[in-house]
Design a binder for this molecule. Sequence first.
Ligand code: FES
Length: 110
Amino acid sequence: MPLRQRYLFVCVNRRPDDAPKGSCAARGSEALHAALKSATAARGLARTVARPCTSSCLDVCTQGPVVLVEPDQVFLGRVTEADVPAIVDALAGGEWPAHLLLTRDEIDAG
Ligand code: FES
């Protein structure tokens, strides 16, 4: 398999529904990961440009579902399936959706 330009780490950590911190899986990240995989494949990006992978907790739980894009070190937060087309557009050469970009303070707050 070729090395991709980018890897998207989608947190699929799941905590109990009543856990105060919440978790990305409880907010729909498993379906988000599947949607990202389908959309990158449909755009012809999956084999060379970007590979969505699952991840354990990325320690930004309050902003979940979160996606860490490497090697860019871009953290996307509060991502929904509705955001997938815009993310794929960014992977194809566009800009990251501004409303998804987490600030350093949001990342540090966890
Ligand atoms: S549960 Fe997803 S970042 Fe912690």
